[in-house]
Design a protein around this ligand. Structure first.
Ligand SMILES: [Zn+2]
Length: 322
């Protein structure tokens, strides 16, 4: 148990490890505040590459955020192409397999389906190489290479990591040496994380390195006992400031209703300051909630964090805290 002075009143932070073994709930207690924070496990906790990425200084200043977006985009294209390949090979199977109505139409398959499947595999290899090249720009590799198997005869995608002995579509024996293609992309949990959550950890890091105690990805319970999802909660024992932040990658990832929901949560948990922080620029001058935020003391909307140093971001946020 840790106690410090908070404007004449003690603020107590206690880890409830004994009761919440998995969750490590934290109670934050101050003059006008009583919060319970329950974190959610994130891929960040067990992935060294992601932790090194977040600890990179001034990561938002360079091409980093753009390259993350590109990694996510390439991985998504590989996933969609594999799905499309499976759909095409099912169609191919209907021409290759004999059924009661007639003979297999191998000629049709060879002329009209096989060339597309071959081109599709080539495209997958190209995308995978683009991932590999882009990864050089990060402090550590973020993707994973896995052997993907394609039947030499009908070009069906028949497995990842392990291959069946016979093709599930045309029945030919599989030669694993000629059937294998090593494809590289982001695994699903890293893919989701780099789709947006990383920016929450990045903002959290900036506060941590300036002496704040920070909790990320979890839910806060105020005195009503209702749970409110929160991206970042930060407390400064020296200045007695508490803030909650919602972090978004771009203006495409939120709308008026998300800002209003955040405002309601901020009210409910009665944190001193609420920040809605956007990495990209928000050009939507018409957003009505921006005006609501501007005239609500304690609430602040910030966009365009890309291209700023860590010190500039910290300065911009803390200048809003009186
Ligand atoms: Zn086959």
């Amino acid at each position: 148990m840790k106690s410090v002075e908070w404007r004449g009143m003690a603020i107590t932070i206690e880890q409830l490890d004994n009761r919440y073994r998995e969750k490590n709930a934290t109670i934050i207690l101050g003059e006008n505040i009583l919060l319970k924070f329950v974190p959610e496990k994130s891929v960040f906790d067990r992935n060294d590459s992601l932790r090194e990425l977040i600890s990179t200084q001034n990561f938002l200043l360079g091409e980093g955020p753009k390259n993350i977006g590109q990694m996510v985009n390439l991985s998504n294209r590989i996933k969609k192409r594999l799905e499309h390949h499976i759909q095409s090979q099912e169609l191919a199977g209907s021409f290759l397999k004999k059924d009661r109505s007639g003979k297999p139409d191998i000629g049709f398959f060879e002329r009209h389906i096989k060339p597309d499947l071959i081109a599709g595999v080539k495209k997958l290899e190209d995308l995978s190489q683009a991932v590999d090249k882009l990864e050089d720009s990060f402090p550590r590799r973020l993707g994973r290479s896995a052997p993907h198997y394609f039947c030499d005869n009908c070009i069906a995608y028949i497995g990842t990591d392990i291959a069946p002995s016979k093709c599930t579509i045309c029945g030919s024996a599989i030669n694993i040496h000629s059937a294998v293609r090593n494809l590289r992309y982001l695994e699903p949990d890293v893919f989701d994380y780099l789709g947006g959550k990383w920016f929450e950890d990045y903002i959290g890091k900036i506060f941590e390195s300036n002496g704040w105690k920070v909790w990320k990805h979890g839910s806060v319970m105020g005195t009503s006992g209702e749970k409110h999802p929160i991206d970042v909660l930060a407390a400064n024992n020296k200045t007695a400031n508490v803030l909650v932040a919602e972090c978004k990658i771009s203006q495409d990832s939120f709308a008026d209703k998300d800002m209003l929901a955040f405002k309601a949560r901020w009210h409910e948990i009665s944190a001193a300051h609420g920040f809605f922080i956007v990495l990209g620029n928000d050009e939507r001058g018409e957003l009505q909630t921006k005006r609501i935020f501007a005239r609500t003391p304690g609430l602040c909307f910030l966009s365009g964090m890309g291209g700023m140093t860590d010190a500039q971001i910290y300065e911009q946020i803390t200048s809003e805290i009186a």
